[in-house]
Write a protein that binds this ligand. Sequence first.
Ligand code: WTA
Length: 649
Amino acid sequence: MEEKINIPLNGMYVFKPHEEFVKKANINDPSVYERAEYDFLGFWEELAENIDWFNKWDDVLKWEPPHAEWFLGGKLNASYNCLDRHIDKLGDKIAILWEGETGELRTYTYSELLAATSRFASALKNLGVKKGDIVTIYLPMIPEAVISMLACARIGAPHSVVFAGFSADSLAQRINDAGSKLLITCDGYCRRGKVLNHKGKSDDALSKSEFIEKVVVVQHENNDVSMEPGRDVWWHDIVKSSDPSCEPEVMDSEDMLFLMYTSGTTGNPKGVVHTTGGYMVGTYITSNWIFDLKEDDIYWCTADVGWITGHSYLVYGPLSNGATVLMYEGAPDYPDKNRFWDIIEKHKVSIFYTAPTVIRTFMKWGTHWVYKHDLSTLRLIGSVGEPINPSAWLWYYETIGGGRCPLVDTWWQTETGMILITPLPGITDLKPGSATRPFPGIKAVVLDDFGNELVDGTGGHLAVKTPWPSMMRTIYNDEQRFIDTYWSKWGLETYLSSDGARLDKDGYFWIRGREDDVIMVAGHRLGSAEIESGLVSHPLVAEAAVIGRFDDIKGQSIFCYVTLESGAVECEELRGELVDHVIEEVGPIARPKGIVFVDEMPKTRSGKIMRRVLKAIANGEELGDVTTLQDPTVVEDLRRKVESFFERC
Ligand code: WTA
């Protein structure tokens, strides 16, 4: 049964913060915005006091556009801030509350998490990992993923976590770019009741990489795996004999904390570099103010640790706040569609942070799954990863939040490290579908093509004009790409987000989604080019172009245009084979929803495929100017092919 809410959209409704919430909110004084504006450096400096430093900084900011350094000379350790500093007061408090897909529960108090992290950190050192070595982590949603990240941070070895759903090829590509010598993986994990052979996938990746010398394997499922002598070691074996204590390494504020590979406009994902001091300050304070974390909250972020949301708002932000973090291994509909609400009810979750796709999926499945459960412990709900349409927003607010929980729609990116546009729940009036206002200290703007600010509701490009502590520092191994991608359009001082947005008369931001060749599928970020290079690696594919097609549940779906090598026969079997091939090459999250065989791609005179045209055709939109096409007649053929594809579906 599908629930539909038909309401007028775009700012017709305004929800004011409830008085009770405001009274107790971590931040409820609206003057914080002005304070940040008139004393930008003082504002951030004061917030940096929330982090424990071994040595205070000498200067708050060095801004040599586009390079920012924050809290210069400051010394700290991220794992110390997430663990050690809480022990006196919160040692027995649960840090991680983990639920496996089969229902197994595991908890770690702060003391236990510190102990497990220290032991594993010592084990990593015993395996030869040194400060500055990049460790690749390829783990699903299990506690060892968090422990691995914190252990790396503890010994000053930047981590690069690769989403477990990515393919062996994607993993190999990331290992090779980072030059990682050590990989942390597991035997297998559960997905919808099936045990996936994760070690096998890792081994495939290693056959394409020369760097890895050691592999640590978590025994999670007890499935049969082969261990290569001399290379592979079991996690449980190496921690048995390792030193239970491990002093946190003294790190410079600007030392790299982690690399996070993310999709861009070329086939090679970008290694986004985040450093320690600014990132910890940014994620600490945004977690505290936006999620309003309190001592007794049970906080659940549904994002996977393999994405930036998992880094900032499942690990570093909430743990540096001493929060209890719920971590769930599996699918939202396993064993049935009660699962998410069952988890909230059972564990008395009070803060719930998820993606619009999850919300739209549950809207479709129907409220009866929700109403069977007592969700009254919830006091704040959040959204991230894609634009949330006003009707989904209202459904989330009313059906899940019971009309009493502030809903924080948070806009940010892998590159920004922390949330940049968001309500502050004790201050901001909410408008369904708007991420509302920039966080204090953030000067976000909407610009036209020439860099003029648009404030009259006209759509334009979302940009940021001030530096912020947790901003990316560079692209690993590719400084030029960093400058070209983010800092070239309007000069070195203006960060280009590649999202479209508009600003309403109240200064509220309405994010419209990506303007580049990045596709957001269910909040997961994928590059057209990555999927295209997967497709063309099939022997029968001559050329491929991949675009995002509007999808009312997942935001966007993957739609592919393919020209075949001469002699190849267009048929359903081949279509299925290509779908499997993409899954094999990139991972199941990149599963194409549609593949259309075409005779020719629409190209400019210089031979560049015009994805804009392909996108418009797949979405049934106006084509706009096609005079630059080499051969405008291909458009008709494309249209016919797409129409007949949908007729058959
Ligand atoms: C999109 C995820 C609208 C956006 C944190 C951005 C959003 C991309 C929102 C980054 C939001 C994220 N409203 N769109 N609240 N949050 N996005 O790097 O297109 O995986 O550019 O980081 O997600 O995706 P990424």
